[in-house]
Design a protein around this ligand. Sequence first.
Ligand SMILES: Cc1cc2nc3c(=O)[nH]c(=O)nc-3n(C[C@H](O)[C@H](O)[C@H](O)COP(=O)(O)OP(=O)(O)OC[C@H]3O[C@@H](n4cnc5c(N)ncnc54)[C@H](O)[C@@H]3O)c2cc1C
Length: 342
Amino acid sequence: MLKHTNLVIKILIALILGCNFHKNKISSTSYLPHHTSITSLLKKLKLDGHLSFHNIHHASKDFGNRYSFLPAAVLYPKSVSDISNLISYIFQMGPTSPLTIAPRGHGHSLEGQAQAHQGVVINMESLGISQEMHFHIKENTNTPFVDVPAGKLWINILHESLKHGFAPKSWTDYLHLTVGGTLSNAGISGQAFRHGPQINNVYQLQVVTGTGEVVTCTEKQNSDLFYGVLGGLGQFGIITRAHISLEPAPKMVKWMKVLYVDFTTFTKDQEQLISSNSSFDYVEGFVLINQTGLLNNWRSFFKNKDPAQASRFVSEGKTVFCLEIAKYYKQEDMGTIDQVML
Ligand SMILES: Cc1cc2nc3c(=O)[nH]c(=O)nc-3n(C[C@H](O)[C@H](O)[C@H](O)COP(=O)(O)OP(=O)(O)OC[C@H]3O[C@@H](n4cnc5c(N)ncnc54)[C@H](O)[C@@H]3O)c2cc1C
């Protein structure tokens, strides 16, 4: 019975939030209610935060700059109930309502995923500002974690975690992205070969479903919802909080970048590094195409005193492959770390 109810709820969620997925196909506004009627309907909502109907053009843009759909309103929530009230209100309008909703993290999507054509965009960073992070770091626990609002940027989580001597286990390269935004994708960087992507490093989520219900889910509790929202691009519910797995932050890191001109050697080395029991903590591969100034940028591997070796990798007009590897170590290992790396 419970299984059946869950299935019905999941289908409802998909139907409601699925409208968002197809929003790019909406080419005419003729079957949308008149803008002013949407505005007056939404104005009836009682909120801790607020809805904005003006100066909302930023919500029709994203990093990709390829799609631009103007919403009718942007919600700046101050509480989870703001999100839940909005969704249940729209849910009660019934299945024929064309009003769509999209949660927006930092807007670094490429194809309009966080936009809602004539609908409501929920500014998740607003919730990230009004809510706190809570650290759960008991001594001798194997599972330290931080409970964060989904609108927080990873860079802020890193800064706060470091104050406690901890850091999340799995990262993206770029940290000005929200927790909800990357957990709705995957969240991949050089730690994924060891810990899995960010979606593998979450213990618990708080989610507002397509009916407006606030549900806690884990691997064992409401697991359909848990696995639906992780990597779900906002189609199965809106993540409002997440428990992110932590580990003690390394004190020192040796970082190395290796350039290759031969693809086969590059992939062979990378496969060996991630599949062997090597003790590296970070391994990531890149393809660099037509990069200029490769040897002079801040991530350059070569020392000025080694121009002969550096000249082999003049990359202008060429494809060059790069392995970035890092190893965490302690002060007492300083004398041996260079040998370990080589
Ligand atoms: C410069 C740059 C560097 C990047 N580097 C990496 C990288 O190293 N590794 C990697 O894995 N990815 C990387 N990405 C991709 C990035 O992880 C995704 O684009 C991610 O979705 C962006 O997060 P955001 O906070 O900007 O989310 P948004 O773009 O705002 O939203 C992304 C999607 O998630 C949904 N969403 C947002 N918040 C929530 C929520 N709380 N609950 C449910 N759904 C939600 C949105 O509706 C949308 O569908 C990079 C992107 C850029 C532009």
